[in-house]
Write a protein that binds this ligand. Structure first.
Ligand SMILES: NC(=O)c1ccc[n+]([C@@H]2O[C@H](COP(=O)([O-])OP(=O)(O)OC[C@H]3O[C@@H](n4cnc5c(N)ncnc54)[C@H](OP(=O)(O)O)[C@@H]3O)[C@@H](O)[C@H]2O)c1
Length: 290
């Protein structure tokens, strides 16, 4: 893709950082959007031009898409606690970017949403993401919607729980998931820019049950497995109560995690990265005994 330029939004995140490296590797000129440029200092050699701006302040984005061919947005709230809502960031922040993409004549806008969104449409995070998806489709701009399963980074929660002694699973632990490494997903996202796909459902190369991921976490830490099961009826009863008594900042990430892990999440497989290796690489960080 020599000569083409891509803007990466959500560039400072887990996926975003892989997108930066991968876009450069595939020959793109890379512009990265960050609100805090220090977070990308270590990726300096992969970034041609760093744009400092706040998606929640549209005026700070002026010129963001000038001379840009493609936008990839991995922008969204996952576990941040900075006072913004999903509607502020996942919806309105992306919409602000879309505005500049349209006026600058960008060729394609690729947006990273979530796998199984249609089964979780009542969740606050999904409401915001899918509202943006509809806006993007209606905009007339060529688009790609990426719907990945859980990222390897999120699977670290299993490692953290194992490190504390017990992994808690929903149901009987037999739901399936093929989580994906940021590098594999970035490769799939960047390669799609030059193609014709409009929706990409994607997961990692290997499907696990939640029990198997828990066992892998214990094995990595060299600990005896201890798994506790939370019945699905309890999850279903708990979520509405939590919504009543906490703010969206508190219940949003929890309801997403509990709902996404109370169903199968197996998408068409892609990539080669292994969860076992990822766990081993991250085991020291999660091990408070070290
Ligand atoms: N993690 C998963 O398992 C998973 C699975 C499927 C889909 N997704 C979706 O994929 C996308 C990327 O996920 P990820 O795990 O890479 O997320 P992440 O590591 O949390 O990164 C999120 C990105 O969004 C930016 N952001 C968040 N709030 C912002 C705000 N108020 N103003 C400006 N920027 C803001 C962050 O910037 P700062 O660094 O400045 O905070 C960061 O660049 C998300 O939209 C997520 O919902 C994630």
């Amino acid at each position: 893709m020599a000569g083409k330029s891509v803007l990466i939004a959500g560039a400072t995140g887990y996926l975003g950082q892989h997108l930066i490296r991968e876009a450069k590797r595939q020959g793109y000129r890379v512009r990265a959007l960050a609100r805090n440029s220090d977070k990308l200092a270590h990726l300096d050699k992969f970034i041609d031009d760093l744009f400092v701006g706040e998606v929640t302040n549209p005026y700070s984005l002026n010129g963001i898409c000038d001379k840009i061919d493609y936008v990839i947005s991995a922008l969204g709230i996952t576990r941040q606690k900075d006072g913004f809502t999903y509607m502020d960031v996942d919806y309105q922040g992306n919409k602000n970017l879309l505005h500049y993409a349209l006026s600058a004549g960008v060729s394609r806008f690729e947006y990273v949403s979530v796998y199984n969104a249609h089964l979780m449409s009542k969740l606050k995070i999904i409401e915001a993401k899918e509202k943006f998806v509809r806006e993007l489709i209606a905009s007339g701009l060529d688009y790609i919607i990426v719907r990945p399963t859980g990222f390897f980074s999120d699977m670290l929660e299993f490692l953290r729980m194992a490190n504390k002694g017990t992994v808690y699973l929903f149901g009987d632990g037999r739901f399936g998931i093929n989580p994906i490494h940021g590098q594999d997903l970035a490769e799939r996202c960047v390669a799609a820019l030059g193609g014709t796909e409009q929706e990409i459902l994607v997961g990692g190369p290997k499907t696990f049950t939640h029990n198997q991921i828990a066992e892998l976490a214990f094995e990595t830490l060299n600990r005896k497995p201890k798994i506790s099961y939370i019945p699905l009826w309890l999850v279903r009863a708990y979520l509405p109560v939590m919504r009543l008594f906490t703010s969206v900042k508190t219940y949003g990430p929890i309801e997403f995690m509990m709902t996404a892990l109370s169903m199968d999440g197996v998408a068409p497989p892609y990539g080669k990265e292994k969860l076992k290796v990822f766990f081993e690489d991250n085991a020291l960080a999660s091990d408070s005994r070290q």
